[in-house]
Design a protein around this ligand. Structure first.
Ligand code: GCO
Length: 446
């Protein structure tokens, strides 16, 4: 069937993040990821992002790839340690200059710059002062946001505060699978609270700097109970509370889910929630897959999640989802789970839900002739179009990712790019999916 017609003002984009593509680590302050990747065994292929895709030096070439793809917008992240090497105080002029040039290059190419202020690369100096377990980090983040807005705010018309505080809390602070590598389990909750506080303070700092059109990029997916049994549905509910509601309710409803608020480190929770629920112009969703969850497995049976063996004391265990194709990363391909999630959001948040944007969706597959990726994107876009037809207010869609890059603890083993990168020569080669998306976007413009 022909590709569905999206609204004329639908925003098409492609996404990356600073630590995953920039490289030039010696020209910026150190981040938690530099320290984490320096520890043997933390990254599956033993690699680091010290050079990554060398985007810091090749950004003109990459902006040309974005332009020629025909998208309206490019989501990138600003590296906090590149702008403020110690996280506060002295600015790194070369760092700000880089984002200034990148934004100019994008504007000259007719592409809207959409910066994410935090995509997991906390300055190491800030981490050494406690990182997101320290409330002061939220205030430092707002100061950093003001510095960036003062420099590029005159040309940037759409902003994202944080990327996936849920993943950064779960993988970086609870399970130790990502930087900073903390295995705190539920003692990681303060990192969630302080990130959300940082989000609210940054929204205020951006508005004070004259910024408009501000959102967040949260990771969300439907949670499927492993069965109708009471213990499985209770476990799935708890998982959904931890990974979805804990990061959406305080922003959209101004309250934490039942039983969570009192666990958060705050002298005045009501005041903190007032900051966290600073009204947003839009809400970003990073969507990849649903999660099936059941009751904890019997004693001695280890549960796996995102390549991590979960500690037995967790009151839930993720279960494999069968019956669907899987990506090279082993993730199930379930396009209909996207409209399912959008319906859950509409039912749960109603008129408290601002317009939505899919800030990430994509898949890991190898090869230049990536027909699987074309099928993945085509399937999710058709499912998304169906959701628009039934009233979901989604205003845009960003593919993850423009180029193959450093996939965190997986290193360079997982390739999410529309453009292949030879990490030895840095040669970029558009894949079949790049050409498919370009033709698809070209068709919409008569
Ligand atoms: O969603 C995330 O985890 C991050 O935002 C990206 O940085 C990942 O690289 C991508 O999602 C693929 O896992």
């Amino acid at each position: 069937p022909p590709f569905p017609e999206f609204p004329r003002d639908f925003l098409w984009g492609v996404s990356t993040s600073a630590h995953q593509i920039e490289g030039a680590a010696d020209e910026r302050g150190a981040s938690v990821w530099d320290a984490f990747t320096a520890v043997p065994g933390n990254v599956k292929d033993g690699s680091t992002a010290a050079v990554a895709c060398d985007h810091y030096h090749r950004y003109r070439e990459d902006v040309a790839l974005v332009r020629d793809l025909g998208v309206d917008a490019y989501r990138f992240s600003v590296s906090w340690p590149r702008v403020l090497p110690t996280g506060a105080g002295a600015v790194n002029p070369a760092g700000l200059d880089f984002y200034d040039r990148l934004v100019d290059e994008l504007c000259a190419a007719g592409v809207r710059p959409v910066p994410t202020l935090f995509h997991w690369d906390t300055p190491l100096v800030v981490q050494q002062a406690g990182g997101w377990l320290n409330r002061r980090t939220a205030e430092k983040f707002a100061e950093y946001a003001a510095v960036v807005a003062a420099r590029i705010g005159d040309r940037v018309t759409k902003w994202i505060t944080l990327n996936e505080p849920a993943e950064h809390t779960l993988l970086g602070h609870a399970l130790g699978q990502h930087a900073p590598g903390e295995r705190l389990l539920f003692d990681a909750l303060p990192a969630a609270h302080h990130q959300l506080l940082a989000h609210g303070l940054a929204v205020r700092a951006l508005r004070a700097a004259g910024a408009r059109d501000i959102g967040i990029a949260n990771s969300h997916g439907p949670t499927w109970p492993a069965s109708g049994a009471e213990d499985d549905t209770a476990a799935a509910d708890f998982y959904d509370l931890l990974l979805n509601r804990l990061f959406a309710d305080p922003l959209l409803l101004g309250a934490y889910p039942e039983g969570i608020g009192e666990l958060m480190p705050s002298r005045d929770l009501a005041a903190d929630l007032k900051v966290i629920s600073e009204p947003l112009d839009w809400y970003g969703i990073n969507f990849y897959q649903p999660t099936k969850v059941g009751a904890p497995l019997p004693e001695g049976t280890a549960a796996e999640f995102a390549g991590v063996t979960l500690p037995p004391e967790l009151p839930f265990s993720p279960r494999p989802i069968d019956g669907y194709p899987v990506t090279a990363f082993g993730w199930p391909v379930v396009p209909d789970a996207l409209p399912e999630l959008l319906a859950v959001f509409r039912d749960r948040y109603g008129d408290r839900l601002p317009p939505l944007v899919i800030t990430e969706n994509g898949c890991s597959y190898d090869g230049l002739d990536d027909q699987d990726r074309i099928a993945y994107l085509d399937g999710h876009l058709r499912a998304l179009h169906g959701a628009l037809e039934s009233g979901a207010d989604v205003r845009g869609y960003f593919v993850w990712s423009l180029i193959d890059n450093f996939e965190w603890a997986e290193g360079y083993r997982q390739r999410f790019g529309l453009v292949h990168v030879d990490h030895a020569t840095q040669v970029r080669t558009p894949k079949a999916s790049y050409h498919w998306l370009r033709e698809t976007l070209r068709a919409r413009r008569p």
